[in-house]
Design a protein around this ligand. Structure first.
Ligand code: ZN
Length: 616
């Protein structure tokens, strides 16, 4: 889905950034500084505990707010406090009111108006959203991960606010790149593309991106595309030339340039294609491309050929959402020419066409360069996931607001792994403790109730302010510290309302993490319907984060245990120097040791960061 002009990537990036009002000063450095500051305030003072010993037979991820388990489980309401109790009876009404109040506060940055606007859908209570999908001819890279995680967060948040959302994300399965790759591999282009659509789904599932409502493909919409081109020609905005190509006439559409803020002169200067003398204007773009010999093609009034790239999104969005809908999204690189061209086509075909909010996410950069295949500085999602947990990648991406550039580095992923391990381990310990404890007679303490209230207010305020996710996750800091204090300090253990307080916090965490797509609760699958258990954190997630930390350190579990034992021997012999050397060597590999009552345990950490604490 790259569409880059003849000017350099860096120039094009900066120009588009300025033109559409993106924070020009938000350099990758500034963006990561913001993320880092949010992170450091979040995680600086957390205490660690030993691994939870939860045991479960099955897993059902992300059931959350819409979960079958909870929704079906009437007994859960009577047998113990959990999120489901909030979803019952009279509370439904209260929730609806709350939804309306929260809905009225959501503000999103609209690239078209270059400002944050209160979000008001065309039909109250319903949202229609179209996001440009991938051109599927290869594995997706982390630039793709960023786009689809960003819009997954928006999708989840809109749903959380009570909207009924129709989310359409297309696949481009006909394109020069696909045709060229298919020639190389000797495959049929459509099946090559289908193969990579499947791979894309694997990546999206790993990153916990919810499936969109619809995923149309270009090859399934040729009829609609041809009809739309006919309409555009009829309305005097396009022309066919000898040989069977059809071009959109940019000059016939005076509003051209309204989204990107580019003038007609700039458009001509930025034209990448070698000027075709048969075009009326250098900036005119193809709606239909005549077939080259041996190439995949479809019949049309202009002869055999295939659609140009831009027309597909106009045709597919109109087919599934109508000519007017609420949100159109994609990466910042799509503002020009792709989305500019889409507006021109859609309006040329139907004068009433209108899209309320144009939403674009910032790039993933590497050393301030846009990550791109053509520059050779890109990583596929698969490559990243060989080293890091998909949840660490998701956390890393969410750690920066969607419009700011994200600067990718291994270090940032290590830090994200460390943070997410701390979060999940705290929740796992808490859930384990709750499953072993009988309810408190006292309600949650005032301190905890206030803290939870503060977390929710901060979280929703940040999310409603154009999805300010780094600030939203920073709101987890205090409650996590409180949870660890209640579980692991002497004072906390003596707290009479400890169990009720922990229960309240873990429930709230569950629902907020669900909004971010970071919920990893699991249930005993077999007894889920009959005898619902208190949710446990999916231990596989913690195990995966540890397994990958060992892999990055170049150690096996046995290697590590041998070193732990050697250190225990050194400590027994009071050889503190040797003991320290072993510990420091492991810190340098991203492994922290923690000495506690249960012996020495370990956890992953960012390489060189010594956060070892004594488990009390
Ligand atoms: Zn598109």
């Amino acid at each position: 889905m790259s569409c880059v002009g003849a000017m350099s990537l860096r120039q094009g990036f900066a120009a588009t950034q300025r033109a559409v009002g993106f924070p020009a000063s938000s350099s990758p450095k500034a963006a990561s500084a913001l993320a880092a500051s949010a992170s450091s305030s979040l995680w600086g003072d957390g205490k660690w505990s030993g691994a939870a010993r939860a045991n479960f037979r099955g897993v059902c991820f992300a059931r959350g707010r819409y979960g079958a388990c909870r929704a079906n489980s009437a007994r859960e309401v009577s047998t113990g406090p959990s999120i489901v109790t909030q979803k019952q009876g009279a509370q439904e009404k209260g929730n609806k009111k709350k939804d309306e109040a929260l809905q009225s506060e959501l503000r999103l940055y609209n690239t078209m108006t270059r400002q944050k606007e209160i979000f008001r859908p065309i039909v109250p209570g319903k949202v229609s959203m179209y996001v440009c999908g991938v051109t599927s001819y290869d594995f997706s890279h982390i630039g793709h991960a960023r786009v689809y995680v960003a819009f997954d967060v928006l999708y989840r948040y809109l749903k959380n606010l009570g909207y009924d959302v129709t989310y359409v994300r297309n696949f481009t399965d006909i394109d020069d790149k696909i045709i060229n790759r298919a020639k190389e591999t000797g495959e049929d282009p459509i099946s090559l593309s289908a193969r990579f659509c499947d791979e894309f789904h694997v990546d999206m599932a790993a990153l916990r991106c919810l499936p969109p409502t619809l995923e149309p493909k270009v090859s399934g919409h040729i009829r609609q595309i041809v009809e739309m081109i006919k309409k555009i020609i009829e309305n005097g905005h396009a022309y066919a030339i000898e040989g069977g190509d059809v071009y959109f006439s940019v000059e016939s559409f005076p509003a051209y340039g309204q989204l990107s803020g580019r003038s007609q002169d700039e458009n001509r200067a930025g034209e990448r294609v070698t000027v075709d003398s048969r075009k009326r204007n250098a900036a005119d773009f193809a709606l239909w491309k005549s077939a080259k010999p041996g190439e995949i093609s479809w019949q049309s009034p202009w002869g055999p050929g295939r659609p140009g790239w831009h027309i597909e999104c106009s045709a597919m969005s109109a087919e599934h959402l109508g000519h007017s809908f609420d949100i159109h999204g994609g990466g910042l690189d799509l503002v020009f020419p792709h989305h500019e061209n889409e507006i021109a086509q859609s309006c040329a075909a139907c004068a009433d066409s209108s899209i309320r909010y144009w939403i674009h996410n910032g790039f993933v950069t590497i050393d301030a360069e846009k990550m791109s295949k053509s520059l050779g500085n890109f990583f596929t999602i698969r490559e990243v996931l060989e080293q890091f947990s998909p949840l660490a990648l998701r956390w890393f991406l969410i750690g920066t607001q969607y419009r700011s550039p994200v600067n990718y580095s291994k270090r940032q992923l290590e830090v994200a792994s460390d943070r997410i391990y701390y979060l999940y381990q705290t929740l796992a310990d808490c859930m384990q403790l709750l499953s072993e404890s009988s309810p408190d007679s006292q309600p949650a303490s005032k301190e905890v109730t206030e803290c939870v209230k503060g977390m929710k207010t901060a979280f929703f305020t940040a999310m409603s302010d154009d999805l300010l996710t780094p600030v939203a996750v920073a709101a987890f800091s205090e409650p996590l510290k409180l949870m660890n204090d209640l579980m692991h300090t002497k004072k906390g253990r003596k707290d009479k309302s400890r169990i009720a307080s922990l229960r309240l916090m873990v429930n709230e965490f569950q629902s907020l993490l669900e909004v971010l797509g970071l919920s990893v609760s699991s249930y005993d699958e077999e007894s889920c319907e009959e005898d619902p258990q208190y949710p446990q954190l999916d231990q596989q997630v913690l195990q995966d984060i540890k397994r990958l930390a060992l892999k990055r350190a170049g150690l096996t579990e046995e290697d590590l245990m041998a070193q732990v034992q050697e250190r225990a021997g050194a400590r027994a012999a009071k050889d503190w120097e040797r003991s320290d050397v072993i510990r420091q060597n492991l810190v340098a590999l991203g492994i922290n040791l923690m000495d506690g009552g249960d012996g020495t345990q370990w956890r992953p950490a960012a390489v060189g960061e010594d956060e070892s604490v004594l488990v009390k």
